[in-house]
Write a protein of this length. Structure first.
Length: 227
């Protein structure tokens, strides 16, 4: 039965079943994916779940806690999905690509972890990287810098890729965007910008994901010198 307020407007009935923390987090993730951080308000969440504030606050402290927990949930899937029995190089590529893909699918995650790099899921990711570097024979004294370099590379490239996608949203698609950029590069003075001018043809055709993996391979080649 639909209830009406004093002014006569329709109001959805409250849910009568119990509200789980898992459902709250999953619904928050869906709202964040579709509308970004601005779309996630506790009021909007109560409407979406047909519940009251009390049921939400029973599971999360506030919007900040909800956002952080949602980000943890996304990245926890990356860490748990890593191939445990793969060789360290393969496992490291899988782990790094998993985080890249997760942030590409959920652009708000990168911004959240830049604010709170101590979140449990990101620490688990960092721990996984350190364990794999150990398995690759990277000396302990170099492991901290190597792990930090890789994690910063993954987070930085993924966040930039997500930001570029947001800038293009509703304006132009990736292919048109890159074609326009490539055209401008091609028009540069080759005497002053020889590399950029020559790279114009590659810019319009490159794949961000593949280029990201090339960066991982360069990193893996570089750490071999630390052993």
């Amino acid at each position: 039965m639909v209830k009406r307020t004093a002014k006569g407007s329709a109001r959805s009935p409250r849910r009568t079943d119990s509200l789980s923390r898992e459902l709250i987090i999953q619904t928050a993730i869906e709202m964040l994916d579709s509308g970004g951080e601005k779309a996630l308000t506790l009021r909007a969440l109560t409407v979406r779940l047909s519940t009251g504030y009390g049921a939400i606050y029973h599971h999360v402290a506030d919007k900040g806690d909800l956002l952080a927990t949602a980000a943890d949930e996304v990245i926890r899937g990356v860490v748990s999905g890593a191939v445990a029995d793969a060789d360290p190089r393969t496992a490291l590529r899988v782990l790094a690509l998993g985080l890249f893909d997760a942030i590409d699918a959920h652009p708000w995650v990168g911004a959240e972890f830049s604010r709170q790099p101590w979140r449990p899921a990101l620490l688990d990711f960092y721990e996984g990287v350190g364990r794999l570097l150990d398995a690759l024979g990277v000396p302990e004294k170099a492991r901290f810098d190597a792990a930090g370099t890789l994690v910063n590379y993954v987070l930085g490239v993924a966040a930039q890729n997500a930001a570029n996608a947001r800038l293009r949203a509703g304006d132009t698609d990736r292919e048109a965007f890159l074609e326009d950029a490539a055209t401008q590069w091609a028009e540069l003075d080759p005497g002053r910008y020889p590399f950029v001018h020559a790279a114009a043809t590659q810019l319009g055709e490159h794949d961000d994901r593949e280029q990201f993996l090339v960066g991982i391979d360069i990193f893996l080649a570089g750490i071999s010198a630390l052993r």
